[in-house]
Design a protein around this ligand. Sequence first.
Ligand code: NAG
Ligand code: NAG
Length: 249
Amino acid sequence: MAHFVLIHGICHGAWCWYMLVSLLQSAGHRVTPLDLGASGINPKQISELDSVSDYARPLMEFMASLPRHEKVILVGHSYGGVVISLAMESYPKKVSAAVYLTAFMPNLHSPIATGVAEFFKNISSEPNMDSHLWFDDGPENPPTRTIFGPKYIAAKDRELAITLLRQGKFFMKDLSNESLLTKENFGSVNRVYIVCKDDLLIKESLQKWYIENSPTVDVKFIDGSDHMAMLSKPHQLRKHLQEVAEKYK
Ligand SMILES: *[C@@H]1O[C@H](CO)[C@@H](O)[C@H](O)[C@H]1NC(C)=O
Ligand SMILES: *[C@@H]1O[C@H](CO)[C@@H](O)[C@H](O)[C@H]1NC(C)=O
């Protein structure tokens, strides 16, 4: 039996995994969905997050608390891919596999910020995107904060999302540091990418761009899935995660 640690994307929280949590638990796995800083029901306010470390702290503290020989499977959705990568760098021996679910996936030849900037480039041609971006560092610099609207969430979960979404930060300055990830640590962990083919936010072409720039040991696909695969296709996602658990013990 595996222990899955689920890391939500920007503006979301542990709540978004509720269906997947029960599916994986019914299959006998341990599941820990976490709220990152100022997310979900985490008590911090967004103004209290000074760095990406403040945002990632709940995951880092969780990794530090694991018994020495225990390994987990990290699952990062969307911006959660950045956060699980930082945890892999700090705790590579505690991660048996890392799963990027339509997520920002860093590589070893450019700073993490590059992959996030590629996303900004890719959505700039989408004038009716249901989200708001703030440019606290000036219009010439990348956006700093966002609130993603709920339009891209399937209708049945939209009401839930509207009550639970919170503002999120991108931490682009912190992520422009060239030496956050190393081959020895981050590079030593088995990575799997799950492509969501009908994602309108992180498009399939961008997901493939991440994989080309940072090849994984495995690539899986979910057909007909929007950005929120854990809500729209929880059964396919569970199947893929169980395969990962079988293969990377
Ligand atoms: C970049 O990251 C490394 C590793 O975490 C750290 O030691 C260094 O201080 C950081 N550099 C800057 C300019 O923040
Ligand atoms: C960005 O999105 C467009 C579609 O809107 C796509 O054709 C293009 O290849 C994308 N670029 C990357 C790097 O994914």
